[in-house]
Design a protein around this ligand. Structure first.
Ligand SMILES: NC(=O)c1ccc[n+]([C@@H]2O[C@H](COP(=O)([O-])OP(=O)(O)OC[C@H]3O[C@@H](n4cnc5c(N)ncnc54)[C@H](OP(=O)(O)O)[C@@H]3O)[C@@H](O)[C@H]2O)c1
Length: 266
């Protein structure tokens, strides 16, 4: 009998705050990885060093452009041709332009940017990479609880996350024909290493968004992603898994301050 195939997973924004936790968890679960990022080269090098042989490639590309999507597809093609014992089993659409802009200040170019990175890139990565996937593979999108309550100061971000959730719902039947699942994880406030998360005032305010209180660790999101990629969720597709601590249930703090403004107060 030949060697069993290794599972390859692609993680966009895979060296960011939550992305690093996802990459760590998947590496620990035995996946080989293609990690993607755009700006923070030293952070990407650190993660690559830490995860060693689990990382088969790191792609740096800007998902505002179609070329940025193509660069990831090209990397996966190269990795699959160079590592014959590996099969593409997972895609995690995690990279995003974060929070803002508000109803009053949003410009058409903001719309283009948020929807290119947060919606168009996950759509075409899923479309194209699913062609390289076999039965039992799984796609996981990372949304935000901001899609589930009203935050006028983050309207474009929130709308883009609403769209990515709709994407999984509508793509699931077509992907199911090929035995591929697609789901969405919905994080609430999660400490991604941004300095704002260290401030007591910010922590307290963010905590008040969740009925369970507190701010999540990135591993909370990573565990949910790993579950949706795994065989354990073999009967789950086209749905959302909320790990926001009940962030869509409770009352909202008063004041109408945008989440982006809150983060900027660090
Ligand atoms: N942290 C939270 O409280 C929270 C809450 C709800 C949902 N989320 C979601 O969780 C996911 C990860 O966010 P995070 O908190 O880990 O933030 P983060 O640390 O800022 O990570 C964002 C990632 O996206 C990449 N990225 C940003 N703009 C890009 C572009 N134009 N092209 C390609 N890649 C781009 C970044 O690349 P570089 O590393 O190279 O900069 C980074 O890896 C996002 O989808 C976010 O919406 C986060």
């Amino acid at each position: 009998m030949g060697e069993p195939f290794g599972r390859l997973a692609v993680v966009t924004g895979g060296t960011g705050g939550i992305g690093t936790a996802i990459a760590r968890k998947l590496a620990a679960d035995g996946y080989k990885l293609v990690l993607h990022h755009v700006a923070d080269v030293s952070r990407a090098m650190r993660v690559q060093r830490e995860l060693g042989a689990s990382v088969l490639d790191v792609v740096r590309s800007d998902l505002r452009s179609v070329e940025g999507v193509e660069a990831i597809i090209a990397s996966v093609s190269t990795v699959l041709s160079e590592h014959r014992s590996v099969r593409l089993a997972g895609l995690v659409n995690n990279a995003a332009v974060m929070l803002g802009p508000g109803l009053r200040e949003a410009r058409p170019e903001d719309f283009d940017e948020y929807f290119a990175v947060n919606v168009r890139a996950p759509f075409f990565l899923s479309q194209r990479l699913s062609e390289k996937m076999g039965e039992g593979s799984s796609i996981v999108n990372v949304s935000s609880v901001a899609a589930h309550f009203s935050s006028p100061g983050d309207i474009v971000y929130a709308m883009s996350k609403t769209a990515i959730e709709a994407f999984a719902r509508h793509a699931a039947p077509a992907l199911a024909e090929r035995g591929i699942r697609i789901n969405t994880v919905v994080p609430g406030f999660t400490d991604n290493g941004h300095p704002a998360f260290q401030l007591a005032e910010v922590q307290q305010r963010l905590s008040s968004f969740s009925v369970l209180g507190g701010v999540a660790e990135p591993s909370t999101v990573a565990d949910a992603v790993a579950f949706l990629l795994s065989e354990t969720s073999a009967r789950t597709t086209g749905t959302t898994l909320d790990v926001s601590g009940g962030g869509a249930l409770g009352s909202r703090p008063a004041g109408g301050m945008s989440l982006r403004d809150l983060a900027r107060r660090s």
